[in-house]
Design a protein around this ligand. Structure first.
Ligand SMILES: [Fe+2]
Ligand SMILES: [Fe+2]
Length: 347
């Protein structure tokens, strides 16, 4: 017969002597829970009770994740602020000046042709008329040109790229460079428009500014004031590619609103983009002004104009004659009329 010894229910490894307590204090302080449970043969709760009775505390540290932050590069508030300020200044420097000053040193009257919206590259442009007109400007004495925006089609807006008809955009730019080079001596200033600014919208590169700086032309982006001195007389010309408050029934309306809202100190206001040419002379605050609206060479056909019902587009370039010794502006809707009058004035 196997004798079973009765287990003493009070049997415990509970530390009693000072020496056992000291040993337990050390174990409780630093050993992991499973090791303590195994070593003392008691549940974790019992072990915790013993520690509580004796006022022992665990000193074991929880695992800590230590990241060496020296490998990370943090940019300070001040660094970012300085960067933004420098970016702001550089961006402003890249932008065309709002006012440019040009002087034509002469004692004879001159004609300034305002031409824009050539849309070179689109198949609906009348290239024969375009070529004839720019050669006429080139060969006409005392005639200069202010070339505005949308000179090339440059249809690279992502929404309409796939359906637009145009020759390769790189060829448009190459041809534009050739035109500017050909007309270099005649161009007073050169600007851009919404079509030509699509390159900037897509790629942050103002391609017309690049062309202007390559040929050292005065660049006025999408608008600005030209303070033009002819001989002894100063004329102020405000040109914009676009301005709000357009009216297809009153074509010069937005130029009058430019006077009222933007700058009431210009003698000649020029607006582009609408493709329907117009010219009007009028008085505002007792001062005679000229309002000029440029035509377009996209006259053979234009899917946009036809689709939307726009009519009245003509390849006319409004022109003014300015005098060097008295303040006087003669305005013409058609540059060829101005050329005829200028020839008579020059004798
Ligand atoms: Fe246009
Ligand atoms: Fe335009």
């Amino acid at each position: 017969m196997v004798k079973i010894e009765k287990q003493d229910s009070n049997r415990t490894n509970k530390p009693k002597t000072q020496e056992e307590k000291e040993l337990f204090r050390e174990d409780y302080g630093c050993l992991p829970k499973p090791v303590l449970v195994e070593k003392y043969g008691k549940s974790w709760r019992t072990i915790e009770d013993w520690a509580l009775e004796n006022g022992f505390k665990r000193t074991i540290k929880k695992p800590q994740i230590i990241v060496d932050k020296s490998v990370f590069h943090e940019t300070s508030y001040e660094d970012l602020l300085n960067l933004l300020k420098q970016y702001s200044k550089a961006s402003e420097d890249l932008f065309a000046a709002k006012t440019v000053k040009i002087k034509i040193d002469t004692d004879e009257p001159v004609a300034i042709v305002f031409s824009s919206d050539w849309h070179l590259g689109h198949p609906g442009v009348d290239y024969t008329k375009f070529d004839n007109d720019i050669n006429s400007i080139l060969n006409e004495k005392n005639v200069y040109m202010y070339l505005g925006g949308d000179s090339i089609e440059n249809m690279i807006s992502s929404k309409i790229l796939c359906v637009q008809r145009q020759i390769d955009v790189s060829l448009q730019h190459e041809f534009m460079y050739k035109v500017l080079k050909k007309m270099e001596s005649k161009i007073l200033a050169f600007g851009t428009g919404n079509h030509t600014l699509w390159t900037e919208a897509q790629a942050k590169i103002d391609s017309m500014r690049e062309l202007a700086s390559k040929l050292n032309l005065v660049y006025t982006r999408d608008g600005g004031l030209l303070n033009l001195t002819v001989g002894k007389i100063e004329y102020n010309i405000l040109r914009r590619h676009q301005f709000r408050m357009n009216s297809s029934a009153n074509l010069t309306h937005c130029i009058k609103q430019m006077l009222r809202l933007e700058n009431d100190d210009f003698d000649v206001g020029v607006i582009e983009h609408g493709h329907v040419p117009a010219m009007e002379e009028f008085y505002y605050k007792g001062h005679k002004r000229s309002a000029l609206k440029c035509g377009s060479y996209k006259i053979l056909w234009d899917e946009y104009a036809q689709g939307k019902g726009f009519t009245g587009v003509m390849a006319l370039n409004p022109t003014i004659i300015l005098f060097p010794d008295k303040f006087e502006i003669l305005s013409f809707l058609d540059m060829y009329q101005a050329f005829g009058v200028l020839r008579n004035l020059l004798g």
